[in-house]
Design a binder for this molecule. Structure first.
Ligand code: R5P
Length: 301
């Protein structure tokens, strides 16, 4: 088995190859001045090739994966496993307005025809229960970082109430609560726009309590900001945020800091967040053991 990492995620990919005790290589990506990509794989390959790439800011990455998969098959690879710790395009799971493309279904159909196996972490499944409904043509494993997030909270000896900002977050908040033993509440959320949400907290005495906001994804940060503001207005003390995928759209960190969110902790699913030299602790929860276990479940090691 050969595990290949893309340029932006080499440390995580190499670490996973080490954990699996398998050969590691780098996919070379050259971007031409006009924006096209040239993808080169390190030959010779092996019968099974594992590609490691998180799919945030996914458009270019998806095209490069398409090129990489085709090059792998052309060079003798018989089985392709894609490890995408973060899977983009999962949130648009229905047409909210006539004429809208249902991205989850379209990307899932296409990607699952390219690979034999797919491994991901906390995919945003809202109106479907299982990943194979979105990825019908390959075997898929959706694993969850929530127990690791909970273990992190416990290892730090953190106290307070866990707060899920919307009903979709319940699945992650409950698992975090089991792992760390803290109480939790689930708020409700109405999305008014890309960067505008309205959050309503359930009745509870938040006065003087620390709160840890828990979600799968932080994108614009507005969900966290709005929830933090509601909590502070009701007398909560220190607010922190915990998530699997810290996408951090431009400005997200700033609005969260300005809203009084002191700590942001996440898994290292988003590669760029590791190398950006921001002196905080985001990306501190390592997914390597989770991903290695998933590969072993596929029977490849
Ligand atoms: C959607 O429901 C997700 O679980 C997150 O709550 C959402 O993606 C966060 O987005 P933002 O940070 O832009 O509010």
């Amino acid at each position: 088995m050969l595990l290949l990492g893309f340029p932006e995620c080499l440390p995580q990919a190499r670490q996973l190859a080490q954990a699996l005790n398998c050969r590691f290589g780098e996919v070379e990506v050259h971007r031409f001045p006009d924006g096209e990509s040239l993808v080169t794989l390190p030959t010779p390959l092996e019968d099974t090739v594992v590609f490691f790439r998180s799919l945030h800011e996914p458009n270019t990455k998806l095209v490069e994966l398409l090129l990489a998969f085709a090059a792998a098959r052309a060079n003798g690879c018989k089985r392709i496993i894609l490890i995408a710790p973060y899977l983009g395009y999962m949130r648009q799971d229905i047409a909210f307005k006539p004429g809208q493309a249902v991205s989850q279904r379209i990307i899932g159909e296409w990607l699952s025809q390219q690979v034999d196996d797919l491994i991901t972490v906390d995919p945003h499944l809202h109106r479907i229960q299982h990943l194979e409904e979105a990825f019908p043509h390959c075997r898929s494993i959706a694993t969850s970082a929530a127990p690791l997030l909970g273990a992190f909270v416990k290892s730090r000896g953190l106290d307070g109430v866990l707060v899920g900002p919307d009903d979709e977050s319940r699945q992650w908040v409950e698992q975090v609560a089991v792992a760390c033993g803290l109480d939790y509440v689930i708020a409700s959320k109405e999305r008014l726009g890309d960067r505008e949400v309205r959050v309503t907290l359930p009745a509870c005495d938040y006065r003087g309590r620390d709160a840890i906001l828990v979600d799968d994804v932080i994108s614009s940060g507005r969900t966290m900001v709005e929830t933090a503001q509601q909590l502070l207005a009701r007398g909560a003390a220190n607010i922190s945020a915990l998530c699997t995928h810290a996408l951090f759209a431009p400005g997200a960190r700033e609005v969260m800091a300005n809203a009084g969110i002191g700590n942001i902790w996440s898994s290292n699913s988003i590669a760029d967040a590791i190398g950006d030299a921001i002196p905080d602790e985001s990306s501190c929860i390592d997914l390597t053991p989770l991903l290695a276990a998933a590969v072993i479940r596929l029977g490849q090691v």
